[in-house]
Ligand binder design. Sequence first.
Ligand SMILES: C[S@@+](CC[C@H](N)C(=O)[O-])C[C@H]1O[C@@H](n2cnc3c(N)ncnc32)[C@H](O)[C@@H]1O
Length: 423
Amino acid sequence: MNNAFLKSYRVLHDIYANRAFSAIALNRELSDCKKSDRALITKIVYGVPDNDIRLEHILSAYVHKMPKDDVLLFLKMGIYCLDSLSLPVYTVVNDIAELSKLSGDIRTVGFVNATLKNISRHIADFDNYPTEPIARLSVVYSYPEWAVRKLVKDYGMDVAEQIVSFRSDTRTTARFVEKCTAQDISARYGVEAEAAPLDGAFYIKGALPQDDSCTVQSLSSMAIARVCARLTGERGSFLDCCAAPGGKSVYVKQLLPDTSVTACDIHPHRVALIDSYAERMHVDVRTLCRDMTEPCEQWQEKFDTVLCDVPCSGYGVVDSRPDIKLFRENKDISELMKKQYAILDNCARFVKPGGALVYSTCTVFDNENGQNVRKFLKQHPEYTYGELPLREVPQADGKGCYQFLPYKDGMQGFFVAVLRRIR
Ligand SMILES: C[S@@+](CC[C@H](N)C(=O)[O-])C[C@H]1O[C@@H](n2cnc3c(N)ncnc32)[C@H](O)[C@@H]1O
């Protein structure tokens, strides 16, 4: 059996059947895997969920009825490999049919073989996509229709198309504790490195050590931590309300060693992640397991800066988490908005007069971003927009809030707002 296909199938099965996170499920399979197979497995594991809607649409043109989930997954893998990878057709059809023996049903093997053979003859010319604009964007770029509809409402058709059609490269970004150049990193760690748009950050190809010298972190997460550090200043007090796994809290503490950093999260197992990350980076972060929608008397007006990096739909990071497009539903958004607002509304009390409340998400929907902030400012006259200090990103610097869009900003689609407490 083709080992790369088998491993890819196991990861994909975990994602589709158990809602596993792509990166976690993938790393488990890659740990004992031939180097030559790694790139192919990674491509298939990210590519199939990323193209899910389109793959199902193509399949629907060749079957009378959608097969059940297990069989469907073999076919999606096969169609993805035929359509997007330069593998020999013969290998794809035969090896995926062979793989489908895992179903334990010989009829499935025949069906998978015949269907893929048939599709392989026509796939290069396939253009049977819907003509209605929203349905077309949804199918061609594999975004759920409800998400396309929201984007069109928030940004208009042209920008919505740019958002859904853009795919960033999936290199990781990392920052290093000591000042260094891309050449230093390549020489020291044996990985390919290239300077990223944020000072001190690098694009990395290859595996980095899990020690105290460097840390993998998205550019957007680094940028928000820098905003928080600048707003707080040395010897200040910083509260991170939704802090796990600790990316921003730890970086703020590294930037401001004499500032007190308090990091909270609602889940004990996630608070433990902040503790172990802070320990690895040798910084002192005070952690607490707390529901930040609950009041806390002793924290009233205590902190210079409070960050609410709230749980969100994740639609700004679907490139690195394509599983989000599979499972997040439109009906989740109103629940999320309520939770986000409850956290923001409660934590506003913990900011000193003159201090800053930072609201951030990793999504591109206005419901979860601007709409929450506008509602907050209406209900909290003691707050107004403050300035976003992000000089490394001129298009965002100095504004009260900014929506990053990967296709134009070269960073994940996060949102950040600075709210200044004026009394
Ligand atoms: C977007 S993540 C935070 C990422 C983090 N700021 C970082 O940079 O590593 C949102 C976090 O909010 C936590 N959370 C959700 N509801 C919460 C609540 N009511 N109170 C505190 N934390 C909450 C989740 O457990 C999750 O860890």
